[in-house]
Design a protein around this ligand. Structure first.
Ligand code: NAP
Length: 258
């Protein structure tokens, strides 16, 4: 291992997390976490060496297991990027119960507990940066992806509150809120039928561009970053529309296109 500071990225085997890892690699020695060990090994090689931890983060004990693995290897990251997450498209009552539970575990519980486990060392060192990946979905209720939107609202609320609590400690929390980004997310969420993805008003962004903006925000300790002008406008909508109408607007926007 070299003398660079350590940065841990969850969900580094693809999509936004992989590109965030690439962006961070100049300055940090990386700890790459996801389930796909083979993809992580390939990325680690490309980056000239990185720590690889293959782990399913959607179980109730995942954050504790990861903490223990870090301790065994004597790895103390000063940057934590909680990026791993997934969504599921469709009516709530038809959603597979186990999958919904895993989504809540991954998107909220593991993110929170990993932050809880790694924060004390950062605070003791008066040096740490945390990035949690939410979504523009965090700003509104999302019929047809109700659990996913609610999980991202949690991530945004938690991150904003914690960043305020940590003022003056040398540790910051940045919440990244991307709009649609072309990654493996859409296939995994089975949402390719959603009108949202065909909207000419708001085309999908490139994950490299999102990652670039995310890392600039992380380094400057920004509290919230919403990449893309249209996404910034979109997140303001709920402030100007009566609350009762917002779910209807989102439901129409993400209805099936046939
Ligand atoms: N793409 C979008 O439109 C969009 C928009 C807003 C927010 N986001 C958020 O951005 C984050 C990254 O998503 P993405 O678009 O990059 O999706 P992606 O291409 O599907 O990548 C997801 C990453 O998370 C990892 N992951 C998934 N389930 C996991 C599990 N149980 N345990 C450990 N790792 C797991 C995946 O690796 P393995 O499969 O190898 O485990 C992969 O590395 C997510 O939090 C997502 O909600 C995405």
């Amino acid at each position: 291992m070299n003398n660079k500071p350590l940065a841990l990225v969850t969900g580094a085997s693809g999509g936004i997390g992989e590109d965030i890892a690439r962006e961070l690699a100049q300055k940090y020695h990386l700890i790459l976490v996801a389930r796909s060990q083979d993809k992580l090994e390939v990325l680690a090689k490309e980056l000239g060496g990185a720590e690889v931890i293959a782990l399913d983060l959607s179980t109730p004990t995942a954050a504790l297991e990861l903490k223990q693995q870090l301790e065994q290897r004597n790895l103390k990251p000063s940057v934590l990027v909680n990026n791993a997450g997934f969504g599921e498209y469709g009516e709530f009552h038809l959603g597979e119960a186990k999958k919904l539970e895993q989504m809540l575990m991954l998107n909220m519980v593991t993110l929170t507990m990993l932050t809880r486990y790694l924060l004390p060392d950062m605070m003791a060192a008066k040096n740490g940066k945390i990035m949690n990946v939410a979504s523009t979905a965090a700003f509104m209720p999302g019929p047809l992806m109700a659990v996913y939107y609610a999980s991202k609202a949690y991530v945004l609320s938690f991150g904003e509150a914690l960043d305020e609590e940590l003022k003056g400690t040398g540790v910051s929390v940045t919440t990244l809120c991307p709009g649609p980004v072309k990654t493996g997310f859409q296939d995994r969420a089975a949402m390719n039928d959603s009108k949202l993805l065909q909207s000419p008003m708001n085309p999908m962004m490139d994950s490299r561009e999102v990652a670039k903006q995310a890392v600039v925000a992380l380094e400057s300790k920004a509290r919230v970053i919403i990449p893309g002008f249209m996404n910034q406008i979109l997140t303001l909508t709920p402030r100007f529309v009566p609350r009762a109408f917002v779910p209807t607007i989102v439901k129409n926007a993400q209805a099936r296109n046939h």
